[in-house]
Design a protein around this ligand. Sequence first.
Ligand code: F6P
Length: 556
Amino acid sequence: MSHSPIDRTAAWEVLAGHAGEMRKRHLHELFEDSQRGRTFTRKAAGLTLDLSKQRWSEATLERLLDLAREAGVPEAIEALLAGERVNVSENRPALHTALRLPSDASLVVEGEDLVPGVHATLAKLEAMVERFHTRQWRGATGHPIHDVVNLGVGGSDLGPLMVTHALADYRPADAAHIDVHFASTMDGSQLVDYLSRFNPETTLFVISSKSFTTIDTLSNARTARDWLLSRLVRDGNGGVDEAMVMRQHFIGVSAKPEKMSEWGIAEANQLEFWEWVGGRYSLWGAIGLPIALVVGMAHFRDFLAGAHAMDRHFAGAPLADNLPVLLALAGIWNVNFLDIRAHSILPYDGRLEYFAAYLEQLEMESNGKSATHDGREVAYSTCPVLWGQLGPNAQHAFYQLLHQGTQPVVCDFIAPLRRYDDVAEPETREHLKSQHRLTLANCFAQSRLLMLGDDAIDEPGERPGHKRYRGNQPSTTLLLDRLSPATLGALIALYEHKVYVQATIWGINPFDQWGVELGKQIAGETEEILANHAGGEHMDASTRALVAAVWQAEAD
Ligand code: F6P
């Protein structure tokens, strides 16, 4: 394994020289090789990864694989999965993969087998879900719970939000009476909408926070608690008291049981997880409660099994056939050698509406770093700016820039091959299937046009400048056999591992997020100044004026 900075290695230097040649080549030229599609396509765990529209050649890939070996990627994969302390700055393992191990597996880390604990939590989760689905979980006045509101932010929100939306078709009949909602914003605007519409007697809040100190979540939780207590604890309401409300209307999910207890979460309603699960990697366990409530425990277990299938592939497949490694290398090539620093995530399936938002945290909070493990400032780019939107909608929004703007952008197109097979009514099924076909046609057309530019059509004569398409924008296409709990699990695990491989090559820690800490501290001080209507003399002129405007607004 190399200990010198990655950009000083021979493999990097070779790639930099090679990039000089590859930059001159247009994708339409590379596609003169009719085998190219096959050469750069791999399959695993219900996913097909087509990397042929990347601006690279087989020689490029060989050299990138050398770089991966030089960076110690095979050893790093082993270290991650074995539970070594890969989260160096926080001195702990990052064991989200342990959350999806089957019950008959064993993973002994520092003397303890983690699998029994993981499955004990799943059993507790299952028992809770069962009580909701069988209408046994009742509010303080005796009515079954109807609305479950997840209060959490970042990793305690985005994963469950994305997956419950993506897998809503998999809702079993016994979950039909449960509606799951999400409130994350600290300003309370999502929550206040729910409070204005929901019945407190049939509403339950899940407070999801690994640290149980996140002000965004605790502010929403306090408002929710006051709302419930003021509505439910009153004379003539069947002797409902505060303890009953807390017991029947709140569940806590956290790595800090003592903080949950302090806040008032009944011990039986606490779902715990471990410090060795990172927030943005936590949807596989207790944080996944909203997912299990919507899709049922059997589907939740399928979701875990799909992720585990990708873990096994990641652990065992040779680097040249390893989907997460290949996806990571395509990214490294674009960012570090072709200078493409914008990356768009474009799912062609409405159920994946929140997938881009989820990946924004996974990728940018993990790899938006500039200090290496030993504290050195990197001399190369790391995580690109990543954003996205449902592809068909983005076609009518920002594709103009992809096709004719001045920024090079790499795109991930994601689509299911099969859809609507199970719609009962034949005529509706045919209409919907044709809509799916239309969507795939658009997906494939866009990646082809981005690649070929004007060469995608056979039209004689020169085109005026404003109608010209230069093409040569690289992309990846990811096809899911169908969008199911298992393939979604595999898809998420694919991106998790991609992030890890890139971090390994860049020499950074993907499992901490120190860059968000100082902002929290300064916000705390600023809040005090706002509330006290005093102080802030040390602040800059712009912030002082903004604060004064708030004081004035409050005084008016
Ligand atoms: O501020 C960033 C962050 O710590 C994320 O990493 C995390 O997912 C989110 O806040 C929420 O944290 P918690 O689950 O501890 O409330």
